[in-house]
Ligand binder design. Structure first.
Ligand SMILES: [Zn+2]
Length: 166
């Protein structure tokens, strides 16, 4: 998986939760595949995937300075997943999963890639309380607040404008 698609896959996973007016996509058999395919599977331990997803949404919203316990809890959650360094191809090395659910293993690798790149805090919840869609902030300043400025930014701007002028 290319590094840029780790973020995309995680955004899709986190937005599969029930939020705003949308249902939990992992409850909808026709949508489960779309959520899990980027992680190399079409099925998996959905209860564990849901729990992992909840952990990750919490890790997106928590203040990074207070996140150590949450990250420790996530480590415990996925402790059934283990990897081994595989040197079987000369000149190459890759992490091969040796235990645990393959989809959860792939999610763990994506989280690891984003964390290692220093980009975890780019994952954010849209600041519009009626929306809360997860998005990946690619701005240099990391100050983007809305998943879509057109949809959610404007409404907030309008509200602020009205408050100032009322
Ligand atoms: Zn939004």
């Amino acid at each position: 998986m290319a590094s840029s698609s780790h973020e995309e896959a995680l955004v899709t996973l986190l937005n599969s939760r029930a939020y705003s007016t949308l249902p939990d996509k992992l409850d909808l058999p026709e949508l489960v595949e779309d959520v899990l395919r980027p992680f190399g599977g079409t099925t998996g331990q959905l209860d564990l995937v849901r729990a992992v997803r909840d952990d990750l949404v919490g890790l997106v919203t928590v203040d990074p300075r207070d996140s150590a316990a949450d990250w420790a809890a996530f480590s415990g959650r996925v402790s059934s997943v283990t990897f081994q360094q595989d040197f079987s191809t000369p000149g190459a090395v890759r992490l091969r999963q040796v235990s645990g659910d393959p989809v959860v293993g792939s999610i763990v690798l994506s989280v690891a890639a984003v964390v290692e790149a220093g980009n975890w805090t780019r994952l954010k919840l849209c600041a519009n309380d009626l929306c809360t869609e997860v998005f990946y902030d690619t701005t240099r300043s990391r100050t983007r607040r809305w998943h879509s400025y057109e949809i959610c930014g404007n409404r907030t701007n309008v509200a602020a404008y009205r408050a100032r002028n009322s």
